[in-house]
Write a protein that binds this ligand. Structure first.
Ligand code: GH3
Ligand code: MG
Ligand code: MG
Ligand code: MG
Length: 322
């Protein structure tokens, strides 16, 4: 939950993201066998950026694996193939880092090759430190901005399929996954089972202790749920105090066993609420259904599980009904 709050905060343009964008300093790697030239470049950039120099080709190939905001490669280097460093940078962990290629202006073919291999910009020799600083700053700024956009996109994609309170998958995600799994089951693939869970007398938690305490129960329930299913299972919050676990490959008996384990784990130890000041006994009712190989649809599966919940409630709650 805390992670989620942090990622929402990171998303805001007015928050940390913007501050990070404004910060000019970047992580710069200089790959150059010409020590004097490398020193000139490093000195020009060191005031604004965090600079690392590699004059050894093998070490350079290791260094391009780290997180970087700019790689400056001397493609006119004598001791090693700078063009190879450019090419390898584009396919490694640092592939999103822009590459400034230091070139000999007379070596047109090499310059073109560097650009073809993925260099973002070129820097002609002899090095003009002002031009260098300006080009480096521009490349780093662009890199930062595209990192920012990518992170924002990742976060919003994640938020679209995640329940904000518990961090479990949300109903929309569950629906998509269940549809795909049922389709596969219908076409002769492996079975899929669902558990539908409803917290018993949840309204009385809210009525007695307030809505925030109710939320604490939901969050703690999510933890007990998620820790009692297999890694391939999909624990989801449908909304309110209703949860689903989708179990790929599970037969009805497997699902019943898991459901019984969850039911027992919830009932076994009271839920601590209000910062640990109160504790509450909670129980849940669970309906279980699995694909039959004939006429299965997500809707029918969930409907059968829901009938199980209904029966469990009618039979006194704290029960699993398949
Ligand atoms: P039953 O045993 O029959 O399931 O009884 P119940 O009280 O759990 O069922 P009911 O459907 O009457 O009440 C569900 C309550 O859940 C009502 C609603 O206020 C509460 N609720 C729904 N969503 C949330 C939420 O996000 N947070 C909190 N705290 N309460 C919620
Ligand atoms: Mg309910
Ligand atoms: Mg209800
Ligand atoms: Mg309920």
């Amino acid at each position: 939950l805390r992670e989620r709050e942090e990622s929402s905060r990171r998303m805001g343009v007015g928050g940390d993201g913007a501050r990070r964008l404004r910060a000019e300093g970047g992580r710069v790697l200089i790959v150059d066998d010409n020590e004097r030239q490398a020193a000139v470049i490093a000195e020009a950039l060191a005031r604004e950026h965090r600079v690392t120099v590699e004059t050894d080709p093998d070490k350079a190939l290791a260094a391009i694996k780290g997180p970087l905001d700019l790689i400056i490669v001397n493609v006119a280097a004598e001791a090693f193939d700078g063009l190879r460093v450019v090419a390898l940078s584009k396919s490694g962990d640092a592939r999103r880092a822009p590459i400034l290629a230091v070139v000999e202006p007379t070596e047109r073919a090499r310059m073109v090759k560097a650009l073809e291999l993925g260099a973002t910009d070129i820097l002609p020799r002899p090095i003009d430190v002002e031009e260098l600083s300006a080009r480096a700053r521009t490349q780093i700024r662009r890199k930062r901005y595209s990192d920012f956009l990518r992170e924002k996109l990742d976060n919003s994609l994640e938020m679209a399929v995640t329940d904000a309170l518990t961090g479990l998958h949300n109903r929309r995600y569950m629906a998509g996954q269940l549809q795909a799994l049922v389709n596969r089951a219908v076409h002769g693939g492996s079975s899929v089972a669902v558990l539908l869970m409803d917290i018993d007398h949840f309204k009385s938690v809210n009525d007695s202790f307030g809505h925030d305490a109710g939320d604490e129960v939901l969050t703690e329930f999510a933890v007990r749920l998620a820790t009692n299913v297999r890694a391939v299972d999909l624990p989801c919050r449908m909304g309110g105090e209703e949860f689903v676990v989708v179990m790929p490959g599970a037969a009805l008996e497997d699902a019943q066993r898991v459901a019984e384990r969850i039911r027992r784990d919830v009932a076994a130890a009271p839920f601590r609420i209000m910062g640990g000041r109160e504790s509450l006994s909670i129980t849940i009712s669970i309906g279980v259904a699995a694909t039959t190989g004939e006429g299965d649809t997500p809707h029918l599966l969930l409907k059968r599980a829901d009938e199980g919940v209904y029966e469990a409630k009618a039979g006194g709650r704290n029960k699993v009904i398949a």
